[in-house]
Design a protein around this ligand. Structure first.
Ligand code: BTN
Length: 243
């Protein structure tokens, strides 16, 4: 069942607000919290998430994936990433998933994902799926990476709010697929859309740089990189791709 989104003109962070609301009581499965502007938008690690007011999708989607154990939590990230690329493909955008949490179009970042999970025993109890998708913004002055938007890629003029509803539908489809049939098909489709898979790329690992080829992502979400005669798995704190 679909619920009306909780909307804000301005909030510090939709993920932060979702977490505060969840502390007060249960939200319906699939509840969307959405804002025109975030004064303290959060990205992965220490990054901030900056977005011009009213231009982009800034939303958090709340789900209760009790069917996933803690060790399987990256499956949710795969389903979400894939759903975003499904959604973008409807606008003829050939989006790629840059491990672990970016969506790129034409090699530039169009969307960031910040999933915050809460755990009960060895199962996930709730997840706050934060999505920042660039829709109408055209200039990205303070960004430490190359950024793009749906408008820059396709000329589309649809409002972020309308698109957020369609994006939510796409999320629900992949989430239901994960819940109902497990991760097999999702993992295969994810690999097909993985940025620079099977291509020679440059990575930074601590203080050193090396070249290698991404071969896949394992069940716990580590990237598998072949370099020379060996293949090693890395967690997301251990490595960055130079691109
Ligand atoms: C990243 O690329 O580092 C992740 C960015 C995630 C940004 C979204 S915007 C909506 C939600 N609320 C936040 O504060 N962050 C996420």
């Amino acid at each position: 069942m679909k619920h009306h989104p909780i909307t804000y003109r301005e909030i510090d962070s939709t993920n932060g607000e979702a977490s505060r609301l969840l502390r007060k009581g249960r939200l319906p499965e699939g509840q969307v919290i959405i804002a025109d502007y975030q004064s303290g938008g959060r990205g992965l690690g220490e990054h901030r998430w900056l977005s011009e007011p009213g231009k982009n999708i800034l939303m958090s989607w709340v789900v209760y994936p009790a069917f996933l154990s803690v060790s399987d939590q990256f499956q949710l990230s795969k389903a979400v990433s894939l759903a975003i690329t499904d959604f973008l493909s409807r606008y003829s955008l050939d989006a790629r998933i840059k491990w672990p949490n970016d969506i790129l179009c034409g090699g530039e970042k169009i969307c960031g994902i910040l999933i915050e999970n809460s755990v009960l025993g060895i199962q996930l109890s709730h997840s706050i799926v934060g999505i920042g998708l660039n829709v109408q913004q055209e200039i990205f002055p303070e960004f430490p990476w190359k950024a793009t938007s749906m408008r820059l890629q396709t000329g589309l003029s649809d409002a972020p709010g309308v698109l957020a509803d369609r994006l939510t539908n796409a999320l629900q489809v992949r989430y239901d697929q994960l819940a109902d049939t497990g991760s097999g098909a999702i993992s295969r489709a994810y690999l097909e859309r993985l940025y620079r898979k099977d291509e020679l790329s440059e990575f930074a690992d601590g203080n050193s740089r090396f070249t290698g080829v991404i071969r896949g992502v394992d069940e716990i979400g580590q990237i598998q990189i072949e370099s020379g005669s060996s293949t090693r798995n890395y967690g997301f704190h251990e490595i960055t791709m130079i691109y």
